[in-house]
Design a protein around this ligand. Structure first.
Ligand SMILES: NC(=O)c1ccc[n+]([C@@H]2O[C@H](COP(=O)([O-])OP(=O)(O)OC[C@H]3O[C@@H](n4cnc5c(N)ncnc54)[C@H](OP(=O)(O)O)[C@@H]3O)[C@@H](O)[C@H]2O)c1
Length: 325
């Protein structure tokens, strides 16, 4: 089946994951436009293209791009379909310069870890049709517009906005899903009728692993037997499961602790994204991960003390580190 050539997707946050999607969607025949942060990024992309290394083979694609304040923007069609792959904390600020170009009922697909951002975006753009996606794919950036695919996983997407049907595949997503059916080995995307569940499950596992690896400077595998981190991980899992059960979220099969330890084992040599962000002096997504659990817990009068302690420790440690940089 041929992808619908008329399908057009704008991509905001074309870093590791967003760049990978831009490249693959372009190859599938979609019209792809990257929304750059500034003119310099746009010029570099137009000059060198987007280079993606998959299984050791480098490929280059040439998606269209725009930057805020571009002179010919008045001739620009409104943005109807937007994939957002910024880090969670950057989302609202990244959307802001494009506000006037967004169609009021823009279809926005948020492909990010953590939770809470979709609610914020919906608050700001009440008529937007918001969809969320969660992925076990992996990619990293070597340099500007150069990325490497790290792993092939699977992506679930589903409707987030209350006004959208969850059970049936959204019409706008059908060409994407149809193309993925044909090219599963490139990007395996499946519609999920209850996207909140996989989002919560990923968040729960990340909340147990990421922050602790950053506090104790551990790879994921080292966390498992660490004398100080392991009891904290167990307490985090208990608190998260309490919140999830009170929020009526389907429990993780075999329990969160077992699943978190399994993921830590399977990714034993990896440095979590939170540890990598902290080491590089970048902000982390911890507020959308552990912070989201604390926020949900507060509404249910659950204190989530271990999650609060984790965020406090991370803030103290990395504020000091940044001051020394
Ligand atoms: N990478 C993975 O393997 C992976 C896997 C699963 C989930 N995720 C999730 O996917 C999301 C994105 O992660 P990532 O690793 O792809 O991050 P990333 O490589 O840092 O990409 C984020 C992109 O957003 C861009 N951006 C930020 N503010 C912007 C703005 N105002 N205007 C335009 N662009 C802006 C950044 O541009 P600059 O280059 O200018 O900073 C960067 O290109 C995160 O929520 C992450 O947790 C990632």
């Amino acid at each position: 089946m041929q992808p619908n050539k008329a399908q057009s997707w704008y991509i905001l946050g074309a870093g590791a994951i967003g760049g990978l999607w831009a490249h693959i969607l372009k190859n599938w025949g979609f019209e792809v436009t990257i929304l750059c942060r500034n003119e310099a990024q746009h010029l570099l992309l137009q000059e060198q293209g987007l280079s993606v290394t998959i299984k050791g083979i480098e490929q280059t694609s040439r998606p269209r791009s725009l930057f805020p304040g571009q002179a010919n923007r008045q001739h620009q069609d409104s943005i109807g379909n937007l994939l957002v792959c910024t880090k969670t904390y950057a989302t609202l600020a990244a959307l802001e310069p494009w506000q006037s170009l967004l169609h009021p009922q823009v279809n926005m697909l948020l492909l990010q870890n953590g939770m809470g951002t979709a609610q914020l975006v919906q608050g700001q753009y009440p008529q937007a049709n918001i969809y969320c996606a969660t992925t076990t794919d992996g990619a990293w950036r070597q340099g500007p517009w150069q990325l490497t695919r790290a792993g092939h996983g699977e992506t679930f997407m589903g409707a987030f906005s209350h006004h959208l049907s969850r059970s049936s595949v959204a019409e706008i997503m059908q060409p994407l899903l149809a193309a993925s059916q044909v090219h599963k080995h490139e990007l395996a995307i499946t519609w999920h009728t209850d996207i909140i569940t996989p989002l919560w499950h990923k968040l729960a596992i990340n909340s147990a692993i990421n922050g602790l690896t950053a506090i104790y400077h551990l790879t994921n595998g080292e966390l498992i037997e660490h004398s100080q981190a392991r009891p904290r991980l167990e307490q985090l899992c208990r608190e998260t499961e309490d919140v999830m059960s009170r929020c009526h979220i389907t429990p993780i099969s075999q329990g969160l602790l077992k699943q978190a330890l399994r993921v830590a084992q399977q990714t034993a040599d990896n440095k979590s994204s939170t540890l990598q962000d902290c080491l590089a002096g970048r902000p982390t997504e911890i507020d959308a991960i552990n912070g989201f659990i604390i926020q949900q817990g507060a509404m249910l009068h659950l204190p989530c003390a271990a999650h609060k302690q984790l965020i406090d420790d991370l803030r103290k440690q990395y504020t000091q580190a940044q001051l020394l940089l």
